[in-house]
Design a protein around this ligand. Structure first.
Ligand SMILES: Nc1ncnc2c1ncn2[C@@H]1O[C@H](COP(=O)(O)OP(=O)(O)OP(=O)(O)O)[C@@H](O)[C@H]1O
Length: 331
């Protein structure tokens, strides 16, 4: 879903430098209308920096942000018609849900009837109708988050940016809200960028994932692309839990094997000694000691343990990396 026609959002060689330090290094990224791209990466990799550049909250040191082919440089956040939702919902505590939604429209001088029409439609869309008179303190975290989203969508933005919008919610609620958020946000006209450091959330929310490390884009693609065909060792290690096994079994290259691709096999290449087991319901995670170091193996819970275990894998599952640079090597 890349936008070769120029429709949607395009970041071109976008850079941000502060005090001689490079926070974002020549980022190229396209987000088609209605597409949700998750910006994923560890803390401090430049995710929020990117959102702030798109929103026009900080100036870029180089590069461009284009919307439908038009360069947004020099335009204020208001002129860019960007909606941003943060982890802190920033709702006014003394106003009701409806009052919180109304405020932004009132400030923009919209007529009362049009304001009411928009608010009613948005409350219905987000299933908040019954809560319209409540104050933020009388809402659950998930409901507050929906109000913040409602407020953002109400302005009919041309770009939607979300910065870890669910990080204040507990794990179960985050999981429950994911399909709902996706339904509300994606497939509309606006391009959506969803920032998270949680790979499960990125996979659940996004059409494509852009993975950043230290201000540099490492890879962009569907969750499956990144998982099965990682561009480098960082991508291979960041995606997938339990993490990929990285083995140095010969000089000059490093072998990556995902835990689910290693299996107990009497003819396997390496003898191993079981260190411990973790029960994961229908699966179990086994830790083995081997001449190549500790290996993580994900198997079905029923797999019996032979007295002298050996581990094997199929060639097709091998991922090879340069031990120094981490670059992917041909198999
Ligand atoms: N105004 C600033 N001046 C100097 N350095 C900054 C500024 N803003 C952010 N940084 C630094 O830039 C880097 C990227 O920060 P950013 O907030 O974009 O990371 P992030 O990926 O969103 O992290 P997190 O997941 O922790 O929110 C960090 O090292 C941060 O300390």
């Amino acid at each position: 879903m890349s936008s070769s026609s120029g429709a949607g959002l395009e970041l071109r060689q976008l850079c941000r430098e502060v005090g001689g330090r490079c926070l974002l290094d020549r980022l190229d990224l396209q987000v088609a209308p209605g597409e949700c791209v998750a910006l994923l990466g560890p803390s401090g990799c430049g995710k929020s920096t990117t959102l702030r550049l798109v929103a026009g909250l900080d100036p870029a040191s180089g590069g461009q942000v284009l919307l439908d082919g038009v360069d947004l440089s020099g335009r204020s956040p208001g002129e860019r018609q960007v909606a941003m939702v943060f982890q802190s919902y920033a709702l006014y505590p003394h106003l009701s849900v409806e009052g919180n939604l109304d405020l932004g429209l009132k400030v923009r001088g919209m007529a009362p009837r049009e304001r009411q029409r928009r608010i009613d439609a948005t409350l219905e869309l987000l299933q908040l109708g019954e809560l319209r008179q409540r104050r933020p303190a009388q809402l659950s975290g998930g409901q507050r988050q929906r109000v913040a989203l409602a407020r953002a969508l109400l302005r009919q933005p041309r770009i939607v940016l979300l910065d870890e919008p669910m990080s204040n919610l507990d794990a179960q609620l985050r999981e429950d809200l994911r399909p709902e958020l996706r339904r509300l946000l994606c497939g509309r006209e606006q391009p959506v960028i969803y920032v998270t450091h949680d790979q499960q959330e990125a996979v659940g929310m996004a059409d494509r994932i852009a993975l950043l490390e230290a201000g540099r884009l490492q890879q962009v693609g569907s969750p499956r692309d990144l998982y099965t065909n990682p561009a480098n060792r960082f991508v291979a290690s960041f995606l997938g839990r339990p993490a990929i096994n990285l083995l140095t079994i010969e000089p000059g290259r490093q072998l990556g094997l995902r835990p689910e691709h290693l299996r107990l096999d009497d003819d396997g290449a390496v003898a191993a000694r079981l260190l411990r087991k973790e029960w994961w319901g229908h699966q179990q995670l086994l830790w083995f000691d081997s001449p190549w170091g500790t290996l993580r193996v994900l198997t079905t819970a029923e797999a019996p343990m032979p007295p002298e275990p050996r581990l094997g894998w199929q060639r097709q599952h091998e991922l090879w990396f340069d031990p120094e640079s981490g670059a992917r090597l041909a198999a």
